[in-house]
Design a protein around this ligand. Structure first.
Ligand code: PLP
Length: 339
């Protein structure tokens, strides 16, 4: 059997049908705003989330970093959870790109409350950085795929309005959240100033993210994308894959969630696992007991052609995705029981 790669949902390869859609795409120079397929993707995502406009970018890191740049000035502060991707996994980009500082909150699996936010907004005083932007991540990656309660998001939005804070959602896995909440994406579009969505995670496209927002912000975002080196020429090739993914790979996400839960039932019973975070979507995060070193676990899995990723001191992450099937899940379960 092939290698079972559970390291991330980014490891998927484009399907033959997706590749066919890519090769059929009409192309132009997108820096000159002449790529018809990129335009279709931007229009389609903006309509889906009910925002005025959208911008296609090479990565989710770039869409997040553009949003942070849009909503801050040097000496600003970004407020986010301590587990968030914008803080942990974007190479210190908040400082590098935006010369802003970060206030991290101690949330529950990457989700904080409106009252925790209120306590962390700086008073208007020259000693403090200026609280400017609030970022939420949905679903949370380091929080084990947890999705947010929409009522709490609305409360946070209310606080943002009162304190004139901008509100950004890192929705790299927003379609996984939507699969569980059954919310209309436009509900998010109404609330957030900007939303970043990824096609290269659960949706299975090779490359690409979109930043959603109003006309004015997206117009400025084009300039920031350019200075970051993210202007792409015949990008319709990639946009076609994203369009195909939107049309064909959203409805199947519940299968990934079901497989993750199934795997979770086994992991929960393993004697060398001390804690598994609740499995809410397609991500499993669990801790190994101290007597079972993480490196040994990863090596044993690798010896069985199963790839997983270390995610902290004794922590392992597994992610289900488009290229994982039931037979592979059975193999992983069999292997885990014999470790
Ligand atoms: C993957 C991911 C991103 C973006 O990552 P890229 O690899 O730059 O596309 C952003 N936020 C979260 C939560 C992610 O998991």
């Amino acid at each position: 059997m092939n290698i079972v790669d559970l390291r991330s949902d980014t490891v998927t390869k484009p399907t033959p049908k997706m590749i066919r859609a890519m090769f059929k795409a009409k192309l132009g120079d997108d820096v000159l705003e002449e790529d018809p397929t990129v335009k279709i993707l931007e229009k389609k995502t903006a309509e889906l989330f009910g925002t005025e406009d959208a911008l296609f970018c090479p990565s989710g890191t770039m869409t997040n970093q553009i949003a942070i740049k849009l909503h801050t000035q040097p000496m600003s502060e970004v407020i986010c959870d301590k587990l968030s991707h914008v803080y942990n996994y974007e190479t210190g980009g908040i400082a590098f790109n935006s010369a802003a500082s970060v206030r991290t909150l101690n949330g529950d699996r990457g989700r904080f409350t409106a009252s925790e936010l209120i306590e962390n907004i700086n008073p208007d005083n020259i000693h403090h950085p200026i609280s400017s932007l609030v970022c939420v991540e949905n679903t949370t990656n380091k929080g084990g795929g947890a999705f947010w309660d929409f009522q709490e998001i609305k409360k946070i939005h209310h606080v943002c309005n009162l304190h004139k804070l901008k509100f950004h959602m890192d929705g790299a896995r927003i379609f996984n959240a939507l699969t569980e909440t059954k919310l209309n994406p436009a509900e998010y579009g109404k609330i957030f100033d900007t939303i970043s969505i990824c096609f290269s995670k659960g949706l299975g496209a090779p490359i690409g993210s979109v930043l959603l927002g109003n006309k004015q912000d997206i117009e400025r975002a084009k300039r920031i994308r350019k200075v970051l080196g993210g202007g792409m020429r015949q990008a319709g090739l990639l946009a076609a894959a994203a369009i195909y993914a939107l049309d064909n790979h959203i409805e199947r996400l519940n299968i990934d969630h079901e497989r993750a839960r199934h795997l979770g039932e086994t992991i929960n019973k393993l004697p060398f696992v001390s804690e598994l975070l609740p499995v809410d979507t397609n991500i499993l995060v669990f801790n190994l007991v101290d007597s079972y070193p993480k490196e040994k676990f990863i090596e044993k899995m690798n010896n069985n052609q199963i790839k997983v990723i270390g995610f902290g001191k004794q922590t392992i992450r597994m992610v289900t995705h488009l290229d994982i099937n039931d037979k592979m899940i059975q193999k992983v379960i069999r292997t885990l029981k014999l470790l």
